[in-house]
Design a protein around this ligand. Structure first.
Ligand code: ZN
Length: 410
């Protein structure tokens, strides 16, 4: 019964989560979108975050990114006067002194004339007195924001709430992993992503408030008070806003620690950032969903911010044990799903799986997981290797179950 139950879990997973696979790098059909990351002042480690954001964007092959720094805090902001019109996308990793009127006008003109903008994490804390900026971010926090700046917006009991109650804008509880839930499935940024996935340890921004005009909340996360301070509301995590002809993607995720930390290394943060940035430029998303995108079952961290390849995942798979990360299993399952209908591809991955099964060094738990996967996706190719395992007491049940399934399917 136990194995049958596991099989049902696998099937259920198959039905709710069928991503495409990023098996090759994007083919460039146009010049990369010229992108400018604006930083130089922040209450966060912008010297860590901005180069990582540049890497994340440039990795897609879609963007060609430069970083510009404002003068230091208290410096002469008249010296900060970039020509925004040279770019297709601006990314704001900035929370600091107010810009000159000329620069502010250039920024507003850029977006209202159709330029793309990404608001990243604490950038939504900045410029509390700048009306147009707050309209572009939709919701913001801190900086003495209160009811004068607009309502709180959140979900409660699955209903979108616009709450004009008096109070400060912006808070977060203790850092933690949290479950991100999709609210608009058919938005180009969200298409193909799982409806629920676990984000790496981060601040869960809450109680944001602002004009909230032309705002769509793509995902939320529940700010559970039991998990270290929270509002008991489903707070906005990813948002889009339109301003004039411009599109804005707003992510509250990504608090930067040494090396980026789990909030920036999270494959969910990285992927949604890449997709949101493309949408802000074109209104569309051409990137496929990477096969290491996290699920509700576990966080996926990319230490080097790059998508894991299936061969890297498989090389580690044989050492799996109870209590270890199931990332490589998730990668394998997503990869298999991406091959749906591709017989040659499926046989190729099946051969790799069987070689792990045949390897005496592979752990018992790795073999159990492989038997479960092979039971539904394998072919007669697997049967001889699985038959051998029926003589091992600890694998007998799983092996016999897999053979019975394979024989009835093939
Ligand atoms: Zn932060």
């Amino acid at each position: 019964m136990k194995t049958r139950y596991l099989f049902l879990i696998v099937l259920t997973g198959l039905l709710i989560f069928m991503p495409a696979c990023k098996t090759q790098t994007s083919t460039k059909t146009h010049d990369a979108y010229k992108t400018l990351i604006i930083t130089g002042q922040n209450n966060h480690e912008w010297k860590i975050s901005s180069p990582i954001l540049k890497q994340i964007l440039d990795e897609t092959g879609l963007f060609s990114t430069e970083i510009i720094k404002t003068p230091d805090k208290g410096g002469d902001m008249n010296l900060f006067n970039p020509d925004f019109s040279k770019y297709r996308l601006l990314v704001l990793d900035y929370n600091g002194d107010t810009w000159s009127d000329k620069t502010k006008k250039g920024f507003v003109d850029f977006v209202s004339n159709g330029g793309g903008l990404v608001i990243y994490h604490a950038a939504n804390n900045s410029f509390p007195e700048w009306k147009e900026f707050n309209e572009m971010t939709g919701l913001g926090g801190w900086g003495n924001r209160s009811q004068k700046d607009g309502p709180y917006v959140y979900y409660k009991n699955n209903q979108l709430v616009t709450d004009t109650t008096a109070g400060n804008g912006g808070s977060h509880g203790k850092r933690r992993e949290f479950l991100v839930v999709t609210r608009i499935n058919d938005h180009p940024i969200m298409k193909g992503l799982p409806v629920r996935w676990l984000h790496g340890t981060d601040e869960l921004y809450s109680q944001l408030r602002g004009p909230a005009r032309n705002l769509q909340i793509l995902t939320t996360a529940f700010a559970d008070s039991a998990a270290g301070g929270g509002t008991m509301r489903d707070e906005p995590i990813l948002m889009t806003i339109t301003y004039g002809k411009g599109r804005i993607f707003h992510t509250v995720m990504g608090h930067a620690d040494e090396g980026g930390g789990p909030a920036m290394q999270c494959a969910g943060f990285i992927t949604t950032f890449q997709r949101g940035a493309e949408w802000a430029v074109t209104g569309n998303v051409t990137q496929t969903v990477p096969f290491d995108f996290p699920t509700a079952a576990g966080v996926v961290l990319r230490k080097d911010f790059k998508e894991k390849t299936i061969d890297e995942a498989l090389a580690e798979f044989g050492t799996y044990d109870i209590g270890k990360s199931t990332l490589n299993l998730t990668c394998l399952q997503n990869y298999i799903r991406s091959l749906s209908g591709d017989k040659a591809g499926l046989l190729s991955i099946e051969k790799k799986m069987v070689s792990i099964l045949d390897n005496k060094e592979s752990t018992l738990e790795a073999k159990k997981l492989l038997l479960r996967e092979l039971s539904w996706m394998g072919s007669s190719y697997s049967v001889p290797s699985i038959k051998k395992l029926t003589s091992e007491a600890e694998l007998k049940d799983e092996a016999e179950f897999a053979i019975a399934r394979l024989q009835s399917a093939n």
